[in-house]
Ligand binder design. Structure first.
Ligand SMILES: Cc1ncc(COP(=O)(O)O)c(C=O)c1O
Length: 413
């Protein structure tokens, strides 16, 4: 096979239909950002938008802005936009809370839909918060619910008639492996179970068709591929056919049918509005909307095409340039089974990543031995892939990572 050259990649940049979107993001000079799967980049328009909300809507409008600036309708408005990215019809998505809290809400609701069943089925390598939330909920209910963990390869076969809910992350945070959403959802339904998807690494990254797959419930994250900012509000999805009956375990005043009637008893709002809990965070929502609006500029299919091409090229480049340097591909080689990241194992992954970051190539480390590189087509160029792999080769071949300072563990890895 012909060697890939930097010139090849530069020519892909020139022909890239998404190239102009890079200008919508504010990225520092000298940085190749491969961590948009953890924290998306800052859109150029975000600071001014947030400043307007602070100075004008809050500073001048004060409490009037809940009505005059449309604050109260913002969670549903942004949710409608996110819905377009994940195949969810109007009225089936709500923004707010964190992914973890939304998981609690929907898992609780899912269990109440199958009162005679006790098993929450998930995958052993699912993101820990999903598993911790399930454990906590089972303990709180104290009715014999349990979390059953299986390996990804055992699915969908492990779904049985004891399974109340199948709770899976569509794209695995560690490996980037992607489940077949339609097939697993079908299997869950065939066994009489509720299907709950975590789209943290999918929304804005890969095409998702929640309604087309007949998914029941889903949660997702605003600060990764949606570029909503650190700790951005998350979102949740409830299929329209379930909304009428669904009782969510966090029954706050903004999910009430008449929040400003101040009734002493809870009555759920009709439809998706019942998924709201407390007062939504306006500054964070304003930032989130800017990020979501950029993702809506191009069809998800175009984002996916570039993502597949970039991640496949990244793998080929690593194999071409870093052979014999101790790396092992962890992500699926088959692009149809991979989300928008490439994970590589290395025995010294932590200091290697620190050495990369010191040279401006920002990815992250996931214990015990994974270097994670997020592929974000909205702002990542092809030639940057070449430059990142060149730095990786240098760091490994020259063993720069052995410097003691790169082994000092920080709180966030
Ligand atoms: C798959 C998955 N689910 C949930 C979360 C956590 O979300 P939050 O911190 O918003 O609760 C993450 C964070 O990276 C994640 O990767």
């Amino acid at each position: 096979m012909a060697m890939i050259t930097r010139a090849d990649l530069a020519s892909l940049d020139r022909a890239d239909p998404l190239r102009d979107l890079r200008g919508r993001f504010s990225l520092p000079e000298g940085v190749i950002y491969l961590d948009g799967n953890s924290l998306g980049a800052l859109p150029v328009a975000t600071p001014a938008r947030v400043a307007d909300v602070v100075r004008l809507e809050w500073g001048t409008g004060l409490i009037r802005s809940w009505n005059d600036a449309g604050w109260i309708d913002m969670p549903a408005r942004i949710a409608g936009k996110i819905g377009q990215l994940v195949g969810a019809p109007e009225g089936s998505v709500m923004t707010g809370d964190s992914t973890s809290v939304n998981l609690f809400k929907l898992l609780g609701a899912a269990l109440s839909l199958r009162p005679e069943r006790r098993v929450i089925l998930s995958e052993r390598s699912n993101f820990p918060t999903d598993l911790y939330i399930a454990e906590g909920l089972a303990a709180l209910l104290a009715r014999g619910h349990r979390l059953r963990l299986v390996d990804a390869g055992e699915l969908p076969g492990a779904i049985d008639d004891e399974t109340a809910v199948v709770m899976l992350t569509h794209v695995n945070y560690h490996t980037g492996a992607m489940f077949d959403m339609a097939a697993i959802t079908r299997a869950a339904h065939a066994a009489g179970a509720v299907m709950l998807w975590d789209l943290a690494h999918s929304a804005g990254a890969v095409p998702v068709d929640l309604a087309g797959c007949d998914a029941d419930l889903a949660v997702g994250c605003g600060y990764k591929f949606l570029n909503g900012g650190p700790g951005a509000p998350a979102f949740l999805y409830i299929a329209g056919r379930l909304q009428g009956d669904l009782r969510l375990p966090l029954t706050g005043w903004l999910g009430h049918a008449a929040p400003f009637a101040f009734e002493p008893g809870y009555r759920p709002a009709p439809g998706i509005a019942r998924a709201m809990v407390g007062t939504p965070p306006m500054l964070s929502l304003a930032a989130l909307e800017v990020g979501v609006d950029i993702a809506l500029q191009v069809p998800m299919a175009d984002i996916r095409t570039k993502s597949v091409r970039q991640s496949s090229l990244f793998i080929e480049l690593v194999e071409q340039e870093c052979a014999g340097l101790g790396l092992r591909l962890v992500s699926p080689r088959d692009a149809t089974m991979r989300g928008s990241q490439v994970s590589l194992a290395h025995a010294a992954a932590y200091p290697v990543m620190q050495a990369l970051i010191a040279r401006g190539v920002i990815g992250d480390f996931r214990a015990p031995d994974v270097l994670r590189f997020g592929i974000t087509p909205l702002y990542l160029g092809y030639a940057e892939l070449w430059d990142a792999v060149a730095v990786l080769r240098d760091v490994l071949a020259g063993e720069a990572w052995r410097e003691a300072r790169f082994s000092a563990r920080q709180k966030v890895t």
